[in-house]
Design a protein around this ligand. Structure first.
Ligand SMILES: Cc1cc2nc3c(=O)[nH]c(=O)nc-3n(C[C@H](O)[C@H](O)[C@H](O)COP(=O)(O)OP(=O)(O)OC[C@H]3O[C@@H](n4cnc5c(N)ncnc54)[C@H](O)[C@@H]3O)c2cc1C
Length: 488
């Protein structure tokens, strides 16, 4: 694990507060991409905020889960761009990548097709290059090479920047290493939540930016697995509901072997057979090159999502860690370029692409993705996205989108609640829609919209459902306008 990352783990642990009652205008549960976006936006606009995160660092899946890249996509302006600007000032913290090699693009001089894809930073690219995805896709190599780029970052730098930005607002108190214990509520209105360290948090508005942990305690309607066709009339949905989920991946990091160290295939640990991964049918992976030359390896996937859920976190992580060792051995044995690297770390959290989703006033569906912005009729769109449907063995449809689509504000308003917003991957999406819109920057955007909505509800003295989406958009766009001239 890199030193910066360890440093922030230690720093964050030291920041945890204990006992007593704290009050704020807005309480945010979960400090991943969405929770950070929500807390920063509300605090920056002038609301007081408490952010509660159960892990020792901020960033969630994008840091502890090893998903240390932002894929190409529309909607990465606003808060994500602010974060990127900060990262770009830190040496070796971030770069803009292009997809360098891909299994579909084997060249005649290559010994083998790359087992997946490799993302390499390119200093000629700028952040603006990362803001588009829809189009013909990877099948059209020339188009993809020219237009599709993303951001790769060091996880320690990301969690550090998030913490700094929150502190700099002067209005956000961050509880790390602290989980939600209990929610006090009546008639859909939350009054306080009790945390694992005994602290009570009181707030006017609560934002659930976890996998629905707060909403589950309120008895909200939770959706899990593939929705049936009857549920949302989606062309790609199965006739009956199916307990299948987007695949889970335990990401690992490798580092170049030192100057005098020989290239080699690292031996398998005792008890890990060469073929333990799905009878030897190994998955390909996306490999990202960090600015310091290390690489992350993101298997597609490590375990089926529903298998992860059924095993439970502890057992599933242990089994995924075995599969990581087997995968790395397979990579090194069959693709000799990997013998110049050694396994540096397995990320401490498995990456879950899908868990439960909270039903809201509107459920985003495949039909929204197909209609795109030109065909959608909603007047409350507060975020845009254009990532393909992408279910990693979860049984959903795939494919690039024709154009970007919008996510309505109503997806953040859980049914039968009064002062609660849900932002992040548990927001109100069908399983198919979630397979597209789950990217980190989209989640940060949803968080931003939730933070802005919470602030506006407070200053305008309105219930959340009466906050005008136009006002939310205006606040978000103001921030983009300020950034537009600097978007490099
Ligand atoms: C393997 C994988 C690969 C991916 N690849 C990409 C990619 O290449 N590019 C891209 O942009 N996106 C990618 N994604 C999607 C993206 O990383 C995630 O969807 C996104 O980071 C989710 O953000 P979030 O804030 O909604 O959730 P999370 O990041 O999961 O944050 C939720 C937070 O809530 C906290 N929490 C949960 N329960 C509690 C509780 N009870 N009390 C307190 N805190 C709690 C968690 O600790 C966590 O920090 C990938 C995802 C996965 C899993």
């Amino acid at each position: 694990m890199d030193k910066l990352f360890l440093f922030f783990c230690a720093l964050s642990a030291a920041c945890a507060a204990h006992g007593s009652t704290v009050s704020a205008d807005v309480a945010v549960l979960g400090g991943g991409s969405a929770g950070f976006g929500a807390a920063w936006s509300a605090a920056q606009l002038g609301s007081t905020v408490v952010l509660v995160e159960k892990e020792a660092v901020l960033g969630g899946t994008s840091t502890l889960g090893g998903v240390n890249n932002w894929e190409p996509g529309m909607g990465g302006t606003g808060v994500p761009y602010r974060v990127y600007q900060r990262l770009a000032r830190i040496p070796e913290a971030a770069g803009i990548y292009r997809l360098d090699r891909h299994l579909a693009w084997k060249k005649p001089w290559e010994k083998y097709a790359f087992p997946g894809g490799i993302l390499e930073a390119d200093p000629c690219l700028t952040y603006a290059h990362t803001l588009l995805r829809h189009g013909p896709g990877m099948g059209d190599e020339a188009w993809f090479r020219q237009y599709c780029h993303g951001v790769i970052f060091e996880p320690g730098a990301m969690s550090g920047v998030m913490l700094d930005m929150l502190k700099e607002t002067g209005r956000c108190r961050v509880f790390l290493n602290t989980a939600l214990k209990e929610v006090r509520h009546a008639d859909g209105r939350v009054s306080e939540m009790t945390l694992s360290d005994g602290t009570t948090v009181r707030a006017g508005i609560f934002i659930d930016a976890t996998d629905g942990a707060l909403c589950a305690q309120l008895g909200c309607d939770l959706m899990v697995g593939r929705d049936s066709q009857a549920a949302f009339n989606e062309p790609g949905a199965p006739p009956e509901p199916v307990m299948k989920m987007n695949g889970a991946t335990l990401v690992y990091r490798v580092t170049p072997v030192g100057g005098t160290e020989p290239d080699r295939v690292e031996p398998l640990p005792e008890g890990v057979p060469e073929t333990c991964w799905w009878q030897g049918n190994f998955p390909v992976a996306f490999v990202g090159v960090y600015p310091n030359g290390d690489r992350f390896v993101n298997m597609l996937p490590t375990m089926r999502g529903e298998e992860y859920l059924a095993l439970g976190a502890e057992k599933a992580y242990a089994e995924c860690a075995r599969r990581v060792r087997a995968h790395w051995h397979w990579y090194q044995k069959n693709f000799d370029e990997f013998r110049r690297f050694k396994l540096q770390m397995i990320f401490p959290k498995a990456g879950l692409r899908e868990t439960r989703r909270v039903r809201g006033e509107y459920v985003l569906t495949q039909n929204d993705l197909i209609a795109g912005l030109s065909g959608q009729k909603h007047d409350d769109i507060i975020a845009i996205a254009d990532h393909p449907m992408d279910s990693h063995g979860g049984g959903g449809p795939g494919g690039e989108l024709r154009e970007a689509y919008g996510i309505p504000y109503r997806c953040l308003l859980p049914l039968k609640t009064e002062n609660v917003l849900v932002a992040g991957r548990a927001a109100s999406f069908s399983a198919i829609a979630a397979s597209s819109c789950r990217l980190s920057r989209t989640m940060m955007q949803l968080g931003e919209a939730a933070g802005v909505a919470a602030h506006l509800a407070r200053v305008q003295g309105k219930p959340l459902r009466q906050v005008a989406a136009g006002d939310i958009r205006r606040e978000m766009a103001d921030r983009i306008d300020q950034d537009a001239t600097r978007c490099r």
